[in-house]
Design a protein. Structure first.
Lengths: 201, 166
C-alpha cells in the first residue's frame, strides 16, 4: 500500500462519522472503489453499528421500580433537608433568646425614677463650660444640689444629674446610662410636670 | 427536575450497564446518578444539556468507586418479541449478542466511547464532555475500539455474510 493510499485509509473513521467535506467525500469514495480493505471495513463497521443500534440494545430500559425507588429516595432526602432547616431555625431562635437574655443581664442599671431597675454607683462626669443644650437649667444654682437633682437632663445615652460643686465654672453631674424606653418615660414625666405647672396643680 | 431525571433514566441505565456489565449494579449506579443530579440540580443552568451533564455524573461515580469486577457471564438481551423460532430473528439475536459481547470485552474507555457515539449517538463534542477528555483523544479511542471490534468479529461477520450469499 503506497503512502497516498494509506493517507486515504486514515480517513475511514471520519468517513464513518460523516465528517468529510464534499471534496474529501468524493475523494474517499473514489478510494473505496480501489481499496478492498477499506470497503470491507466500511461494510463490516456498518454491520457492527447496526447490531449495536438494534432495539434490544439501544432501547433497553431500566426496571419499572428504579424510578419509584429513586423518587422515594429523593423524598427522603427532601424530608431530611426540611428537618435540618427546621432544626437550624430552632437553634437560631434559641440562640437569639439566649443572647437577648445575656444582653439584658449585662444591661446597666436604670436611673432612679425611670422604668424599673435598681441603681448602682453612677458614672461621674465633669461638664466644663457646658452648653445650654447639654445642661439646660443646670448652671442656674449649681450649689443647691437638692434642687438641681430634681431637674434631669436627658443626654444621648443616659441621664445626667447635677451634684454640688465648689466651682461656679464647673458642673459635676452623675451620669446614668439609659435605654430609649427610659428616655421616653423621662420625657413624658417632664411634659406632665410642665402641664401641672401650667394648670397650677 | 424529577421529570427531567426520569426522561434520562433509561439513557443512564444503558450507559451504566455498559460500564458495570451487571443489571443490579447498573440500577444502583443509575439511582446514585439520579440522586446526585437532583442534589446538584442548581448547577444545571441549561436543561438541554441535562443528558450530557447526567452522563458525566455517572462517569464520575463509576470512576470514583462503583467500578466492579468483570462479570463472569456475558449479558444476554431479552428478545424484542417471542419469535425466536423464526430463523432470521434468531440470527439477528445471535449477531447482536456477539457484537455486544465484543463491545463488553473492550477496555473501559473504548467501551464508553463506543457506547456514547454508536448507541446513544452523541456528537464527538458531547461524548468528549461526558468523559472529560479532548475530542482528539475521543477519536483515537473510537478508532481503536472500532478496529478491535472488527478484528474480533471478523469470523462471525464472514459467517453471516456467507450465509446470506448462499
Amino acid at each position: 500500500m503506497d503512502q497516498t493510499n494509506q493517507n486515504a485509509c486514515d480517513l475511514l473513521d471520519a468517513f464513518l462519522d460523516g465528517e468529510l467535506n464534499a471534496a474529501e467525500m468524493a475523494s474517499f469514495e473514489a478510494h473505496l472503489l480501489q481499496c478492498a480493505d477499506c470497503r470491507e471495513s466500511v461494510t463490516q463497521q456498518r454491520w457492527i453499528d447496526g447490531a449495536l443500534r438494534a432495539d434490544e440494545v439501544a432501547t433497553q430500559t431500566a426496571s419499572s421500580t428504579l424510578l419509584t425507588v429513586t423518587a422515594e429516595a429523593i423524598t427522603n432526602v427532601r424530608r431530611k433537608q426540611r428537618l435540618r432547616r427546621m432544626l437550624a431555625g430552632s437553634l437560631a431562635a434559641a440562640a437569639s433568646v439566649a443572647l437577648l437574655a445575656a444582653w439584658q443581664l449585662r444591661e446597666p442599671p436604670l436611673a432612679p425614677g425611670s422604668a424599673g431597675g435598681s441603681v448602682t454607683a453612677p458614672i461621674d462626669i465633669a461638664q466644663r463650660n457646658a452648653t445650654p443644650r447639654q445642661s439646660r437649667g443646670l448652671e442656674d444654682e449649681p450649689s443647691a444640689s437638692s434642687k438641681i437633682a430634681a431637674t434631669f437632663t436627658a443626654g444621648g445615652s443616659g441621664i445626667a444629674i447635677p451634684v454640688a460643686s465648689d466651682s461656679p465654672d464647673v458642673t459635676i453631674v452623675q451620669f446614668y446610662p439609659t435605654t430609649e424606653a427610659d428616655r421616653r418615660l423621662q420625657r413624658q414625666r417632664e411634659l406632665e410636670a410642665k402641664y401641672r405647672e401650667l394648670i397650677g396643680g | 427536575m424529577e421529570e427531567l431525571l426520569a426522561v434520562h433514566a433509561d439513557v443512564l441505565y444503558r450507559y451504566a450497564l455498559r460500564m458495570v456489565r451487571d443489571r443490579q449494579q447498573a440500577e444502583d449506579l443509575t439511582q446514585e446518578t439520579l440522586l446526585r443530579g437532583w442534589r446538584q440540580r442548581a448547577k444545571l443552568r441549561e436543561p438541554a444539556a441535562a443528558r450530557v451533564w447526567l452522563l458525566r455524573i455517572a462517569t464520575n461515580i463509576y470512576r470514583d468507586g462503583l467500578r466492579v469486577a468483570k462479570p463472569t457471564a456475558t449479558l444476554a438481551f431479552e428478545p424484542a418479541c417471542d419469535c425466536v423460532g423464526v430463523e432470521g430473528r434468531l440470527e439477528q439475536r445471535e449477531t447482536v449478542d456477539a457484537v455486544v459481547a465484543a463491545l463488553d470485552e473492550l477496555p473501559a474507555r473504548q467501551r464508553q466511547v463506543m457506547h456514547l457515539i454508536t448507541i446513544e449517538q452523541l456528537s464527538h463534542d458531547d461524548a468528549a464532555a461526558v468523559l472529560e477528555i479532548s475530542v482528539e483523544a475521543l477519536k483515537a479511542s473510537l478508532s481503536l475500539a472500532r478496529r478491535t471490534m472488527r478484528e474480533r468479529l471478523k469470523p462471525i461477520y464472514d459467517e453471516v455474510r456467507g450465509a446470506r450469499t448462499e
